[in-house]
Design a protein around this ligand. Structure first.
Ligand SMILES: Nc1ncnc2c1ncn2[C@@H]1O[C@H](COP(=O)(O)OP(=O)(O)O)[C@@H](O)[C@H]1O
Ligand SMILES: [Mg+2]
Length: 304
């Protein structure tokens, strides 16, 4: 039997669509929480393993392309942090190609009547209690991996863009939530984070909020702050393998760009000036995420 109390601080970041900043949000929220002193574990459940770009561990000798994670789930072994101290307070269990076998293996077991979707929950429970927060990044379309992630999570955070196809994708993940939830396993939606829209764009936000309320009722509020669009920062952070707040620190400490003109042998380093603003968005979203978990934990205790 899975001990769900040990999974009380597991946050799954998911929606039924790719390219909506799931991975960027997971990496930056986890990185900020860790930087603020929360002991944090990051699990990459995506066969694409994109988190390695955001955190820059793609050349780490311990990188295993999801082998440990896949083996633990399918073999029932205990899960361990594969990369420790990727940043202070931040450990990672990497994803990658080995995870693409998991869905097929699980379906085969299901055909023999022996499949359950709590494989991740079971092998994560002993480890999760060692952390203040655990984040799971998920693939957009692999139903099996999504269900494994949701079945191991207490909370779901949904990033979305404002377009109709991204909003429809929320409906797909909400249906998964209903499948993953059970009497023994509480799973609540923390909220929806609007991506690519400046917080000041009140009309777009209001219309997205209407759409989301129509889909989800008031079970999942739209976060007060969104994440603005900044292709330059997104590209530069992944090129350098650093998080947005880390790039922002570089920008704030950088010499004015024109100074490189003094020495023509030095290639000018252009750092995108919007990094501090985007970092601020991530800080506000992460703050709200932590507050909301606190609030909901309080409510639950109050009701019990
Ligand atoms: N705030 C942003 N503004 C512009 N582009 C972004 C932003 N956040 C992420 N991106 C870019 O969008 C693409 C998809 O982001 P990603 O986090 O990988 O999404 P997902 O995990 O949902 O597929 C990536 O190329 C990423 O660099
Ligand atoms: Mg991704």
């Amino acid at each position: 039997m899975t001990d769900y109390t040990r999974l009380a601080r597991v946050v799954c970041v998911a929606t039924g669509k790719g390219g909506v900043s799931k991975t960027s949000l997971t990496a930056n929220a986890a990185g900020l929480a860790a930087a603020a002193g929360h002991r944090t574990l990051l699990i990459d459940l995506d066969p694409q393993g994109d988190l390695s770009d955001d955190l820059g561990y793609f050349n780490h000798p311990g990188l295993d392309d999801g082998r440990h994670l896949a083996n633990a789930m399918l073999g029932g072994g205990p899960l361990q942090a594969v990369l420790t101290d990727v940043r202070p307070n931040l450990d990672v269990i990497p994803g990658g190609e080995h995870l693409s076998d998991v869905g097929g293996a699980l379906l085969a077991r299901q055909a023999r009547g022996r499949a359950t979707f709590d494989l991740l929950a079971e092998c994560l429970a002993p480890l999760a209690g060692e952390y203040d927060l655990v984040f799971i990044d998920t693939p957009p379309t692999d139903d099996t991996l999504q269900l494994l992630a949701l079945s191991a999570s207490r909370w779901l955070l949904i990033p979305t863009k404002a377009d109709t196809s991204s909003i429809r994708a929320i409906q797909r993940i909400a249906a998964r939530v209903a499948e993953a939830r059970s009497e023994a396993h509480a799973l609540d939606i923390l909220g929806v984070v609007l991506i690519g829209v400046p917080t000041a764009a009140t009309r777009v936000r209001a219309s997205a909020a209407d759409d989301i309320t129509r889909l989800l009722g008031d079970v999942a509020p739209l976060f007060d702050h969104g994440i603005r669009d900044s292709a330059a920062v997104a590209r530069e952070t992944r090129n350098q393998g650093i998080l947005v707040h880390e790039l922002a620190e570089k920008v704030e400490g950088a010499e004015p760009f024109w100074k490189s003109l003094r020495d023509p042998s030095v290639a000018p380093q252009r750092l995108p000036g919007s990094a501090p603003a985007l970092a601020d968005d991530y800080v506000r979203v992460t703050e709200q995420l932590l507050l909301r978990i606190d609030e909901l934990e309080h409510d639950t205790i109050g009701v019990a």
